[in-house]
Design a binder for this molecule. Structure first.
Ligand code: SF4
Length: 64
């Protein structure tokens, strides 16, 4: 069941005005941020571990 979860970036919840704290905690380097934009996910790398979800203060990163 959990293996079917996918990381989704809720860009409307991201203020896009700061360095994303979640990018550096990803164990497989799947998150990228250009400038202060909302991060993007490399779905080929993401293992849906959920670590980044806990580091986003506005809950813009969601496993669903
Ligand atoms: S769910 Fe885990 S592997 Fe996927 S982007 Fe977040 S920290 Fe990285």
């Amino acid at each position: 069941m959990s293996s079917t979860l996918t990381l989704v970036v809720k860009t409307n919840r991201c203020p896009q005005n700061h360095p994303c704290p979640a990018v550096r905690v990803c164990p497989v380097d799947a998150l990228r941020q250009i400038g202060y934009g909302a991060p993007t996910v490399d779905m080929d790398k993401c293992i849906a571990c959920g670590k980044c979800v806990r580091f986003c203060p506005t809950r813009a990163l969601v496993l669903e």
